[in-house]
Design a protein around this ligand. Structure first.
Ligand code: ACO
Length: 318
């Protein structure tokens, strides 16, 4: 037995920060940000907690799946960091929505959603779950250095969720992790142990050019590999829901595949890079816009710190 997506949900903070607002305190401008990345604005947490956002996305997904929280067998929360180191974000979400099943956080950076789908696949295959909730929630505004124009302008905060039940998917799924401690890094503060040197921790640091090249070839490779594994071709895929990190990455991947832009929906314009929340946020938007039809083929692909990649080909069953 495998899974199908029964429902989707998402939530974003109410505070919108435009490119022009950033240029008030950073040496940047709307023209640079939108032409280099496609981003016009992003959402930023103010008075809400990340748990608030994650719980809202989860409740919306449960409602759209017509499932009660008490029916869930497992909750997975991909996140770079919740509101607290512990209890975990998934524990807190579980409490908010009134679930009583086990709950676990996963950190695979921006690839977290696809990693969670693979864990879910194993639970369904082992007969250990019939209803699972995945909630990806990211507070990128807490991880970036707001004095660093080269990273801060790229990210936003959001949560995206799916409820899974038994089904036929995925048709193919591939994860990779290759350790790279240079291109995408953030260090946690050390404790105050008298036996180890103190370090205050660091904000997110990135080698954008290297990540860019890595992402384009990873997406291209996965599309070809997974389509071949599933006995289909890239032309047969109805929608490519790619990690919304940079419009130029999506455009480069699309042009390598020589497929029309309509198959590559985007929302990076409004939300920036929301890490693991990016694909479920986009998926929820597509579902609510009525763009998903039963039987359509979807290709999900994400990449991020690790370095990690996760791609998944599935048929829309709802
Ligand atoms: N405004 C104005 N100028 C800027 C800004 C800014 N916000 N940021 C950088 N610049 C300047 C740089 O200082 C540099 O100036 P210089 O030539 O005088 O040194 C110039 O613009 C060019 O900088 P590049 O870094 O070469 O710009 P590039 O065209 O490569 O675009 C970008 C940078 C947008 C970061 C791109 O490389 C990219 O999107 N990379 C992929 C990022 C990504 O996908 N990250 C995923 C991370 S997800 C995760 O796991 C957390």
């Amino acid at each position: 037995m495998a899974f199908s997506i029964l429902g989707t949900g998402s939530a974003v903070p109410s505070k919108v920060v435009t490119n022009s607002e950033l240029s008030i305190f950073l040496e940047t401008d709307d023209e640079w940000i939108s032409s280099r990345t496609g981003i016009s604005e992003r959402r930023v947490l103010t008075s809400e907690s990340l748990t608030d956002l994650a719980a809202k996305a989860a409740e919306r997904a449960l409602e759209s799946a017509n499932i009660a929280a008490s029916e869930l067998d497992f909750i997975l929360c991909p996140t770079l960091r919740g509101d607290q180191l512990f209890p975990s974000l998934s524990s807190r979400v579980s409490g908010r929505i009134g679930a009583s099943c086990p709950a676990l956080d996963i950190n695979a950076a921006c690839s977290g959603f696809v990693f969670a789908l693979d864990v879910a696949r194993a639970y369904f295959a082992a007969g250990q779950a019939r209803r699972m909730l995945i909630v990806c929630a990211e507070a990128m505004s807490r991880l970036t250095d707001w004095t660093d124009r080269s990273t801060t302008v790229l990210f936003g905060d959001a949560a995206g969720a799916v409820v899974l039940g038994p089904g036929e998917g995925p048709l193919a799924l591939r994860l990779t992790t290759s350790c790279n401690e240079e291109w995408l890094v953030s260090d946690v503060p050390s404790g105050n142990s008298p036996f180890a040197p103190y370090s205050p921790g660091t904000f997110l640091r990135m080698n954008g050019r290297e990540v860019f090249k890595f992402a384009v070839s990873a997406i291209d490779k996965d599309v070809r590999l997974l389509c071949e594994q599933a006995g289909t071709s890239p032309e047969d895929v109805d929608y490519y829901l790619l990690h919304q990190a940079n419009l130029r990455i999506i455009e480069a991947a699309r042009s390598r595949l020589a497929l029309p832009p309509e198959r590559f929906p985007t929302n990076i314009q409004h939300y920036g890079n929301t890490s693991s929340a990016s694909i479920p946020l986009l998926l929820d938007e597509q579902v609510r816009a009525g763009n998903m039809q039963k039987g359509q083929l979807l290709f999900l692909s994400a990449f991020g710190a690790g370095l990690s990649t996760g791609s998944c080909l599935l048929r829309w069953e709802a």
